[in-house]
Ligand binder design. Structure first.
Ligand code: SF4
Ligand code: SF4
Length: 500
């Protein structure tokens, strides 16, 4: 029986729709990180995959030691700290990213464009280091290996390529790496956040009413344990204020019914936002699951908002009626749980992210043969997944901790939606061909139509289902969280359902 229901404002990014325009990153930068000390921060960034990302090689936890690790006795331990390590590392975190791992922030000397004396040459604006104020040569940036620019020097170092065979690697890089896709990243507002658990000052917390993970700037002492502990490297240290900072999911916008700036401005309309209800009593058990089961177990933890038992338990846990109503209309619930299309990024870090990705289908149904691109035979459509240009093993390394099953299930469904729509709008496939594809993918024509509509036609209000803010509940929930934090020393456990 479910007794401890929590609500979370969760997110889905549909990667087939991302065009890598970086509008989201710029919208965020203009609002939140255009201050002194935040020059190098990109709370939202967009990476080309294969690629090494920002900060470089952030996925390599042998280098950065982020996230949780499961001990031999089956317990969870913060990789970067722990009782003995935490004390030893209190004044120096050895696995923090350095400026070289991020980049040396710069600006341009724009006044040279207008003040330069008349001459034969066009004036240029030279890059100036934001650290030293001196002219500099730019050697790195937050999207340095974007598109084709860094290949293969950077892309070949992508840690996820360890999961692919030499043949798959060769296919990935054929015709000068024509196969790439974009992964926009921001804080995942995790259910089991290492950043919160690692903070020695108790400055970090997960808001009870909507699950947004925040840093109390008045309490933060700049120990930077959150920076080391976050496996996604989504907390940053502000050298001007001496405090850490991170994405706050634009909560002042959310509280007034507006989508976060990166969501609102997304050109590809890849972003969806909505409430998920989950069983908070299962967090620890799910986070300790066998690595291949993490996606499935996290899906199990998410509750059906239409189930009368869940609704009653949610009300008893203090969740407002309009939040439950939002959960019932949530596009995130559909993509993650109902249609089983979206998965978390690197679930093996065990933070239980609340940002999920629909994997990219890309030109998965074709490959290059004798120097030309050949579409796959429609009669053996799913067989072509074995030869996909972005190997399933690569996507599984990103989205399902190496287990190919959830990725294959998702890709088959995406292919079925395309076949269903081709049947509707082009009409060149036989009904038995289409039905065969739908049957193998385990979807009905109605589900394909619903997926198509939410993917391609959804309005602003359908993509962002934002619940009304309930600050009165927030205060009460915060007090409960503080109480449990005092009792357990662990800032993310919340008190069991009220009424007990
Ligand atoms: Fe914390 Fe997760 Fe966000 Fe990292 S991604 S800062 S662990 S909530
Ligand atoms: Fe992708 Fe949207 Fe960001 Fe453009 S604005 S890079 S489409 S997530």
């Amino acid at each position: 029986m479910v007794t401890n229901v929590r609500s979370q404002v969760a997110m889905v990014f549909h990667l087939d729709k991302c065009i890598g325009c970086h509008t989201c990153s710029v919208a965020c930068k203009n609002i939140w990180t255009d201050r002194k000390g935040t020059e190098y921060m990109w709370w939202n960034n967009v990476e080309t995959k294969p690629g090494t990302g920002f900060p470089t090689l952030w996925e390599d936890q042998t280098k950065y030691k982020g996230g949780w690790e499961k001990t031999e006795s089956g317990e969870l331990r913060i990789k970067s700290s722990g009782k003995v390590k935490g004390l030893a590392n209190l004044f120096h975190q050895p696995s923090l990213p350095t400026m070289d791992d991020y980049y040396e922030p710069f600006n341009f000397k724009y006044e040279d464009l207008t003040n330069a004396p008349a001459g034969k040459d066009q004036p240029t604006a030279r890059p100036i280091s934001a650290v030293t104020g001196e002219p500099m040569e730019i050697e790195a940036g937050p999207n340095w290996d974007d598109d084709l620019s860094g290949s293969p020097i950077y892309a070949e170092n992508d840690p996820n390529l360890m999961a692919v065979t030499p043949e798959e690697r060769a296919a990935l890089f054929e015709i000068q790496r024509m196969v790439f896709f974009y992964v926009p990243r921001m804080c995942n507002h995790c259910t089991n956040p290492t950043c919160v658990a690692a903070c020695p000052s108790g400055a970090m917390y997960k808001r009870g009413e909507d699950g947004v993970v925040l840093i109390n700037q008045e309490v933060c002492r700049g120990w930077r344990h959150c920076v080391a502990a976050c496996p996604y490297k989504k907390t940053y240290y502000n050298w001007q204020t001496g405090k850490s900072e991170k994405c706050l999911l634009c909560f002042p916008r959310l509280e007034t019914g507006q989508a976060p700036a990166c969501f609102h401005s997304c050109v590809g309309r890849i972003r969806y936002l909505g409430v998920l209800l989950y069983d908070a009593d299962r967090i620890e058990e799910v986070a300790k699951s066998d690595v291949g089961d993490l996606v499935e177990k996290q899906r199990e933890m998410i509750l059906n908002p239409h189930d009368p038992e869940v609704i009653a338990a949610a009300k008893a846990s203090g969740i407002a009626d309009d939040v439950i109503l939002s959960a019932q209309k949530s596009p995130v619930y559909k993509f993650v749980k109902e249609w089983r299309l979206a998965m978390p990024l690197h679930p093996e870090f065990r933070t239980l992210p609340m940002l999920f990705y629909v994997p990219p289908l890309l030109p998965v149904v074709g490959k290059v043969e004798n120097g030309t691109y050949e579409p796959a035979n429609p009669e053996s459509l799913f067989g072509s997944l074995k030869e996909a240009r972005v190997p399933v093993s690569y996507l599984a390394s990103l989205f399902s901790a190496g287990n190919p099953a959830p990725v294959i299930e998702s890709l088959k469904k995406l292919m079925a939606v395309r076949h269903h729509r081709r049947g509707v709008s082009v009409g060149d496939l036989r009904p038995d061909q289409i039905n065969g594809v739908l049957k193998e993918a385990g979807v009905s024509a109605e589900m394909c139509e619903a997926i198509y509509k939410l993917t391609a036609l959804a309005s602003f209000e359908e993509r962002f289902v934002i619940p009304a803010a309930h600050r009165e509940k927030a205060h009460e929930m915060m007090q409960e969280t503080e109480l449990v934090k005092k009792e357990t020393g662990f800032g993310i456990r919340q008190k069991p359902a009220r009424g007990e």
